[in-house]
Design a protein around this ligand. Structure first.
Ligand code: G3H
Ligand code: 13P
Ligand code: ZN
Length: 325
């Protein structure tokens, strides 16, 4: 059987256009939560319905192949149906996180994604421009939104890994946005991917809001994206370490910094690690307390419940997206 081309509107999904213009005007950010499996997606949808928040559900290249392309599309459609049957009309966007090739972005556009990221941040400027432009030209034929990135975040992203971050150069953003025609731009201002963002025991260096402000000045009203924005919830780190894990020294972005970013031109905030920590903490705790249990619904159910709590907390008290759907 051949793979079918599907348009995102037929799955009930939304692109980021209206989400971002409202977030910009309302001075909040749209949450972009990564997921790989059913329980994570159920938790994200439940929490966003309960908080009446617009949401971007996003998958990396690795997550997409883990879940299976076709299954993933059906899951996204299921997420929309689940929200509607709960009486909610929240907009849901399915986004490719850190796409690394035109072909991958095209494949996502063709299979029902409503937004894609083309991450050419590791390429020389002109190559990044050419790649982002090519993706935008293709995706826009189908009204699919495109995110690109300037500047490099430290940490590991699917295929790309960088030891040190390179801050975004504000003097490049205007030309980049004009030449590529993309819809949003991820910038590097001191966040990084993963659970070890800063050295433990040392003061956390503040994000470079000066760079963000410089970018805003040069592309006023243009949606900016913040990656690597987990706060690395210490309660989960402690539970993981208490029940046999070893995440000593895991540190993230303080929530007050994220609140400040959400009130600026940052319209999308990416959170993956915090969700992973919540799930792992609860599963470890469950196994330690009940070593006889082997029904996955029991321990995955506990993990899912905790993830609902985490997402509600982020929407309500950090990103400000609650009540904005
Ligand atoms: O930025 C990367 C995301 O956290 C996805 O991570 O490539 O391990 O799925 P992954
Ligand atoms: P965290 O690792 O901080 O959750 O960042 C996730 C991210 O940026 C996904 O693209
Ligand atoms: Zn990222």
């Amino acid at each position: 059987m051949e793979k079918q081309n599907v348009h995102y509107r037929d799955l009930g999904l939304s692109n980021t256009k209206e989400m971002f213009s409202k977030a910009m005007a309302g001075k909040y950010a749209i949450p972009a939560y990564n997921f790989n499996n059913l329980e994570q997606l159920q938790a994200i949808v439940t929490a966003c319905v309960e908080t009446n928040s617009p949401v971007i559900i996003q998958v990396s290249k690795g997550a997409r192949s883990y879940a299976n392309e076709t299954m993933l599309r059906c899951m996204a459609m299921g997420a929309v149906q689940m929200a509607r049957e709960a009486g909610s009309n929240i907009p849901i966007c399915l986004h490719l996180d850190h796409g690394d090739t035109f072909e991958l972005c095209k494949s996502c556009v063709d299979s029902g994604f409503s937004s894609v990221m083309i991450d050419g941040s590791h390429l020389p400027f002109e190559e990044n421009v050419a790649l982002a432009k090519k993706v935008a030209e293709y995706a826009h034929q189908f009204d699919v939104s495109v995110e690109a990135e300037l500047g490099v975040l430290a940490g590991i992203e699917d295929e790309v890994s960088a030891e040190h971050s390179t801050y975004t150069k504000p003097e490049e953003v205007e030309e980049f946005v004009k030449k590529t025609g993309v819809d949003s731009l991820a910038i590097s201002i001191g966040t990084s991917h993963g659970a070890f963002k800063f050295k433990a025991g040392q003061p956390v260096p503040p994000l470079r809001f000066d760079i963000l402000e410089e970018c805003e000045k040069r592309i006023p009203g243009f949606p900016i994206v913040l990656h690597g924005a987990s706060s690395v919830v210490q309660e989960y780190v402690a539970l993981i370490n208490q029940y046999g894990g070893n995440l000593a020294g895991a540190v993230g972005i303080p929530e007050d910094q994220l609140r400040r970013a959400a009130a600026s031109a940052v319209c999308k905030i990416n959170i993956d690690s915090d969700g992973r920590l919540a799930v792992t903490a609860k599963i470890r705790e469950y196994f330690a307390k009940d070593p006889k249990e082997f029904d996955p619904r029991k321990y995955l159910g506990e993990a899912r419940k905790e993830l609902v709590k985490l997402v509600k907390h982020k929407n309500e008290t950090v990103l400000g997206s609650a009540g904005k759907a």
